[in-house]
Ligand binder design. Sequence first.
Ligand code: HOZ
Length: 425
Amino acid sequence: MDRSEQLFDRARKVIPGGVNSPVRAFGSIGMAPRFITRARGGHLWDEDGAEYIDFVGSWGPMILGHAHPEVERAVAEAAARGLSFGAATRREVEMAELICSLVPSIEMVRMVNSGTEAVMSAIRAARGYTGRDKIVKFNGCYHGHSDALLVQAGSGVMTAGVPGSAGVPAGCTRDTLTARYNDLAGVEALFGANPGQIAAVIVEPVAANMGVVPPAEGFLAGLRELCDRNGALLIFDEVITGFRLSLSGAQGYFGVRPDLTTFGKIIGGGMPVGAYGGRREVMEVVAPVGAVYQAGTLSGNPVAMAAGMAQLQLLAADPGFYDRLNDTADRFFGRMEQAVRRAGKPWQVNHVGSLGCLFFTGGPVTDYDSAKTADTEAFAACARNFFVHGIYVAPSQFEAMFLSAAHTGEDLDRALAVLEEYLAG
Ligand code: HOZ
């Protein structure tokens, strides 16, 4: 038994499943999770001293790589002044100004502590603003673990192969309508069947919690139009795509403007942060200005704000950053696809910018049903081989691979060589 396995044994006695979030459990690939001791740049090290090229990046936020010196310095300086005040700070104002200046659809923003909290709060704001109760979400999209959104959800729920979660009262999901990703006609039908009742449509502009599924041409613009026509708000859940596809997220990348946007961990540079923001008149329904209550002692925490600001400022100060990262990713996923074809496999490589995944299925993956055709055993065998050869990937077919600016050409060549050798074997 190695040290990770020993720790996992101890963990299972005192933590449900031995982990603090199900996607870390590695159950679907039949391994014990790696227990991580440190990370730097594009690499991780585990309790046994094994080194990995990291393609998870804390599920996205480490776009500059781990332990970036300027982010670390900002955290150390902030921590030296106190860890939490539960009071207003200058940094929160600067953070809000920065986000509003970078994302044109956002005129006001409220900081929270996670993507789950951001989405839960944005939905409440949308309901408060419209005076309507129903929301539309897409099968296979994951918007965190709040009650109303654990319906046909992606990520760990999909990996577990269950349609929802126990412990969610039926009343909490009664107003959650579901549609097929990339199916505008389905959304139109829901509006038709629920006239004047739908507060918002929430979507991951690139679905990245059922593997990676790009929006079809015209899908996001079509949602914008349907929402406008029916007096509903369009919410982009940019927990994964925000500040990853471009400085103005997927909305900048695809040129579609939502009413509300949610962000997660990337705006904390790795610290526990989320935010929701959007049009002023919508955000002004939030307390203490309006009647929609939402609060949090740790919201806008000074250390988390320092980390997030440092990372966002680095991204904003480098005009070529996203072109370079996205070009590198295009080449990387392109070479992955060529390797799969050379090996005579029918598998699918989906990617948008620095988010991508290899689906172990023969047909195009455009939605939840086609994602579910993937051979999860074949994925598991390939993922185990990656780990054996020092490549850390998400331990589920239904998660994304994240590239960062810290991955070197050598890192990317190495990952592709491991895949190529595996496919040939
Ligand atoms: N959205 C992340 C993975 N799909 C969340 C990670 C987690 O649940 O721990």
